[in-house]
Design a protein around this ligand. Structure first.
Ligand SMILES: Nc1ncnc2c1ncn2[C@@H]1O[C@H](COP(=O)(O)OP(=O)(O)OP(=O)(O)O)[C@@H](O)[C@H]1O
Ligand SMILES: [Mg+2]
Length: 230
């Protein structure tokens, strides 16, 4: 098993007028290729901050982060953008689709940015999340749950090395959420995509190979799960 990434004593402190907020306060772990990690924790515990550091959207204020053996670029450098483009698929907590592009065009754009436009795969992915009838509509013409599913299809469209999801199924009903998670897990297995999903929903644990719990910016538990299924 190859080690994909390693965080060591990661800190993300914010200076605020009221004092220092330690959003991440000494987080350390390694993630092996192919793992699917569920990140659980109360509101304000640091989950989104951790995903933003993992994706290099944000930089830690301390500690070390290596990806495929190299230091991850920091501090709003252009290299952060190329790192993300090359490695990361991200479904945001407040998904952001481009409103002037259709559902299909939103997917094609991401493929184009990462240098592999593949309309056939884009349509397959939209089928996978149950949106084959909506491909030519604009985000403003579909429901919140459907927009979320477009964001999910988009996140795997470029075959990222690391897929990150923040409350991925938060806007979906139970049945759709199960369908989408099953499709996602299958895509991850087929393409050996490593994933970290933030959620409040303990029900998603069954889709994971590992569960990390975080509280007040610290890891409070880290366990392998469902090991017999793999
Ligand atoms: N820009 C900022 N400035 C100051 N503090 C911040 C900033 N962004 C986040 N924080 C603080 O950092 C902590 C972690 O926030 P984070 O968004 O990572 O929480 P979360 O676990 O994702 O919560 P939720 O489940 O509500 O989305 C919180 O205490 C939050 O108030
Ligand atoms: Mg959050």
């Amino acid at each position: 098993m190859t080690n994909l990434l390693q965080m060591q004593n990661i800190q993300r402190h914010y200076e605020t007028p009221a004092g220092v907020v330690k959003a991440l306060d000494g987080v350390s772990f390694e993630i092996t290729q192919g793992e699917r990690v569920i990140l659980l924790g109360p509101s304000g515990s640091g989950k989104t901050t951790l995903l933003n550091c993992l994706s290099s959207l944000d930089s830690p204020t301390g500690g070390s982060y290596t990806f495929n053996g190299s230091d991850v670029p920091r501090n709003h450098s252009e290299q952060m953008t190329s790192f993300r483009r090359e490695n990361i698929g991200y479904v945001f907590q407040f998904f952001n689709l481009l409103q002037d592009l259709t559902v299909l065009e939103n997917i094609l754009l991401i493929q184009e940015l990462s240098g592999n436009k593949d309309p056939k795969r884009a349509i397959e992915l939209l089928k996978l999340v149950g949106l084959e009838d909506e491909i030519n509509r604009f985000p403003g013409e579909i429901s919140g749950g459907q927009q979320q599913r477009v964001a999910i299809a988009r996140s795997i469209a470029k075959r990222p090395n690391l897929l990150l999801g923040d409350e991925l199924t938060g806007n979906l009903d139970t049945e759709t959420s199960q369908k989408v998670m099953t499709a996602l897990v299958n895509a991850c297995k087929e393409e050996n995509i490593t994933a970290v999903f933030v959620t409040h929903d303990e029900g998603l644990v069954r889709y994971a190979t590992r569960v990390i719990r975080i509280d007040s910016g610290k890891i409070v538990s880290d366990k392998l799960v469902n090991t017999e299924d793999e």
